[in-house]
Design a protein around this ligand. Structure first.
Ligand SMILES: Cc1ncc(COP(=O)(O)O)c(C=O)c1O
Length: 361
């Protein structure tokens, strides 16, 4: 039986190989590799797609977060509220800048940050709130902006999700190759409609300078390169279609009866299914069956951020974020990408069905 990957990135970009090669040849011919015309064009095309006034390319999604936090002058003594059920890169830049990540619990239903717990955790030191649009599902940003604090959307997993980048002061994206919009290496983006913030981020990505002569801030060297920007301009034309195909794949899992075996992610129109993440108290049994069948899968954030060794000084303990910890134990991501076939999905379900029928140890 052929293996089924968790995400088949190559299946998405292979049909575009000729166009990608032509764009690559143009960059090669131009001899310009850093902050050239493709970055500029991609920034305006991405801003238009996201419905924001400005977007600024950078090295990766982690740097995008660092750039926004730095531009907001967040540092020692400041607190930023974020979820603990997310990739480490959500909180790392907060700590890197000497500020304190304050972890809020997630909602059972959406696995996104819980606005009620966020409200409980706001203190006079809170300088920003950072929801994550986890697995492609837009977080409840509207309920977070009402506190009057800057809301930074970690949108690494949610390019094209409904309302994403339009409600917070800024949204940050990763173009890591498995993301909904991806490049062929590392890349990132900050999207914002705040002119002053955009200007500051643009300077910070180049050592805090406008002109290479005066250095007004201590910044970063974090740039999207021309080759990646040229690839991204091609992929940007396909991201809506890929997102629709992901949504179709998610609906097909439900039609095929997956909901009889595991808890399905609650659907909503703006969800772009970066990952198709189900839940089950018997997660480990299903995980082992998928592994034995050569089917890609992932259990995410099994050690949530509040329990990571690097965050031990913050004093969290097991039991502090019950929904986060339960999701860490129960989540299981199943294969999904823009173009997964019905047969592949049937095989995933058949494997889980066999596992469900097998008595546990
Ligand atoms: C939620 C989240 N935030 C931030 C990042 C960081 O992105 P990058 O890997 O491009 O630095 C990722 C990517 O893995 C992510 O999933």
């Amino acid at each position: 039986m052929p293996k089924i990957p968790l995400i088949d990135v190559k299946a998405q970009y292979s049909p575009l190989a000729d166009e990608l090669k032509a764009r690559f040849a143009e960059v090669l011919e131009s001899g310009q590799f850093i902050l050239g015309p493709n970055v500029k064009a991609f920034e305006s095309e991405a801003a238009a797609k996201l419905g924001v006034a400005y977007s600024i390319g950078c090295g990766n999604g982690t740097d995008a977060i660092s750039l926004v936090l730095s531009a907001l002058e967040i540092g020692p003594g400041d607190e930023v509220i974020c979820p603990a059920f997310t990739f480490y890169a959500t909180a790392e830049p907060i700590a890197q800048l000497g500020a304190t990540p304050v972890f809020a619990d997630i909602e059972r239903e959406t696995m996104n940050i819980d606005p009620v717990d966020v409200a409980r955790k706001i203190t006079p030191r809170t300088k920003a709130i950072m929801p994550v649009h986890l697995f492609g599902r837009p977080a409840k940003t509207d309920e977070l902006t009402k506190h009057g604090l800057p809301v930074i959307e970690d949108a690494a997993q949610a390019f094209g999700g409904a309302g994403v980048a339009q409600k917070g002061i800024a949204a940050t994206f990763s173009f890591f190759p498995t993301k909904n919009l991806f490049c062929l290496g590392d890349g990132g983006l900050v999207a914002t409609s705040d002119e002053a913030l955009a200007e500051r981020v643009r300077m910070l990505r180049f050592h805090g300078s406008r002109d290479k002569k005066l250095f007004e801030y201590v910044g970063y060297n974090s740039r999207l390169d021309e080759v990646q920007a040229a690839m991204l301009r091609v992929f940007l034309n396909h991201v809506d279609r890929w997102n629709s195909l992901r949504r179709e794949g998610a609906a097909r899992y439900a039609e095929l009866g997956l909901g009889d075996l595991v808890e399905l992610p609650a659907d909503e129109p703006g969800h772009v299914y970066h990952l198709f993440c189900v839940r089950s108290p018997e997660r480990d049994k299903f995980r082992d069956a998928l592994a034995a069948a050569g089917i890609g899968h992932a259990c995410h954030y099994v050690v949530p951020l509040h329990l990571q060794p690097s965050m031990a000084h913050l004093g969290y303990k097991q039991g502090d974020l019950p929904e986060t910890e339960l999701a860490a134990d129960e989540n299981l991501c199943l294969p999904l990408w823009g173009g997964i076939s019905r047969e592949q999905q049937e095989r995933v379900i058949a494997t889980l069905r066999d596992a469900a029928a097998t008595p546990g140890p």
